[in-house]
Design a binder for this molecule. Structure first.
Ligand code: ATP
Ligand code: MG
Length: 186
């Protein structure tokens, strides 16, 4: 199974993905540390390192899926083309694709979480609230099926919800209708 996180910076994707990875015994591939690694290696920041990081993560995810293992991709995935890339990968590998979108309906809390966290990704500046708002405004419309998680809920509760959905869904894959919430536009 290919699990793909989505949501604005600071909304709680990586925190939930980490818990999910532990519960599923699946690796989590995050895009931001890959981009930071490119910069540390000397690739110029005016190069398309954002896109390159997605492509590197896609390559690694493909390798893991080829071993028959599940993998969790952790990225904003605000661009429709990026989401299409995961559809293509799952199709090529013949595995189920499950999107998990994290939202935080309280902008004040979202901002406080964003501004108070310390990811410690060497060489990677933390996004500003203004950049998050700009991304929100440009988040490509999305009506595909995905599990929506509200990060007002505790991390553990959302991890449990994701595990429940993923395991229930794989047990009843023949009739998935209605098991996945049709998401709202962000
Ligand atoms: N209930 C919660 N769910 C998710 N995150 C929470 C929650 N409560 C507090 N946080 C905190 O919110 C912060 C932001 O979460 P996180 O770093 O997982 O966001 P992200 O979506 O991965 O952002 P980015 O796209 O920038 O990597 C973290 O410091 C996390 O510990
Ligand atoms: Mg993250």
């Amino acid at each position: 199974m290919l699990v793909v996180m989505s949501g604005l910076p600071g909304v709680g994707k990586s925190s939930i993905a980490a818990g999910l990875g532990r519960r599923l015994g699946a690796p989590v591939l995050s895009v931001d540390p890959v981009e930071a690694a490119m910069w540390r290696a000397g690739v110029a920041r005016d190069q398309p390192t954002g896109l390159a990081a997605y492509v590197v993560v896609e390559t690694l995810a493909a390798e893991i899926l080829a071993l028959g293992q599940a993998v969790i991709v952790d990225a904003v995935n605000d661009v429709a083309q990026a989401r299409e890339m995961w559809h293509d990968l799952a199709g090529r590998r013949g595995v189920a694709l499950r999107f998990v979108q994290v939202v935080c309906p309280d902008p004040g809390l979202h901002r406080r979480r964003l501004e108070s966290r310390e990811r410690g990704i060497d060489g990677f500046p933390e996004p500003t609230w203004a950049s998050v708002e700009a991304r929100r405004a440009n988040f490509d419309a999305w009506d595909g099926e995905r599990l929506m998680l509200d990060s007002l809920a505790p991390i553990d509760a959302n991890v449990q919800r994701a595990v429940d959905h993923l395991t229930r869904d794989s047990a009843r894959r023949e009739s998935p209708a209605g098991m996945w919430e049709r998401g709202m536009a962000p």
